[in-house]
Design a protein around this ligand. Sequence first.
Ligand SMILES: O=C(O)[C@@H](CO)OP(=O)(O)O
Length: 206
Amino acid sequence: MSGTLILVRHGQSEWNLKNLFTGWRDPGLTEKGHEEARNAGRLLREKGFKPDIAFTSVLSRAQVTCDHILKELGQEGLETIRDEALNERDYGDLAGLNKDDAREKWGEEQVHIWRRSYDTPPPGGESLKDTGARVWPYYINEILPRVLRGQTVLVAAHGNSLRSLVMVLDNLSGEEIVKKEIATGVPAIYRLNADATVASSEILKG
Ligand SMILES: O=C(O)[C@@H](CO)OP(=O)(O)O
């Protein structure tokens, strides 16, 4: 067995609360979101995790989540790499629109396809497949080598950038990924084998 990958979606954002498509827009966390992020850090601390490095996106909700986690772990100032490759899926023309208004305008089914399908992009935005086409190479080149060297690597990112990663790690089909939801502030722990396959995975709840 090699190292450990810790994946965490940011805590609830202002736009999650307002039910707005967010994508690459940059709202902050709500008070609940800050608390979810701190709680993720506490759960990791209770289980004795001690990351060697952290990765996050260039969006503040993921960065602040990462900061809260590191603070709870007593690891403020840990080397943290921020990269656009880990950003949320670009929601294109939907960004800033209310999700219920979108369902009224385009229908429940169409909006669900845009939000959860593998390869249908929202207008002017990225499909999950497009998102994976930047997340996966970044994972392979920057994150995985560290895990294979035995490090514990924290990744604080977004619902869909993490869905695209988990799709490959969990070997999910294009149909299975439609049902996959990633909760805010809930760490997922992946222990990898030396050949980069998943030895075990667990969700930390509490
Ligand atoms: O708005 C977004 O960017 C994402 C994540 O909050 O929403 P969805 O659940 O539609 O993927």
